[in-house]
Design a protein around this ligand. Structure first.
Ligand code: SF4
Length: 117
């Protein structure tokens, strides 16, 4: 029997973060001739927890609010190395939550100006 949607490919991995479920699929790069996991692009399509904290990926480029993982260390290049990046399951989770208060304030400012439009 042919069930509709049965040809849909299986996710490479499923991550549970902040009460959300993220299905990650493998994509093929013809130039590199290899597959890679395609994580969400939260920079171009921001998503938030119900508490208004932004989701982030470990590989996401760090923002101006980034905080070194320890005093005296250089600022991180990506969210994965930032002290505001909270991983729920393991120290290697590729998807986490940015718990930086400054970024949450930015979001509420943004929402406010949107509702004023
Ligand atoms: S403050 Fe948040 S968005 Fe900025 S680098 Fe750190 S984890 Fe990423």
């Amino acid at each position: 029997m042919n069930i509709m949607g049965s040809e849909q490919k299986e996710p490479y991995k499923v991550f549970l973060v902040g009460g959300r479920r993220f299905l990650i699929y493998l994509e093929y790069d013809e130039q590199l001739n290899e597959s890679y996991p395609a994580y969400p692009d939260f920079e171009s399509s921001p998503e938030y927890t119900s508490e208004g904290q932004p989701f982030a990926t470990a590989e996401q480029e760090s923002c101006p609010h980034c905080k070194p993982s320890a005093p005296g260390k250089p600022p991180p290049d990506d969210c994965g190395g930032c002290n505001w990046f909270y991983r729920e399951q393991t120290p290697y989770d590729p998807i986490g939550i940015c718990v930086c208060e400054a970024r949450q304030k930015e979001k509420s400012k943004h929402n406010k100006s949107e509702s004023e439009e």
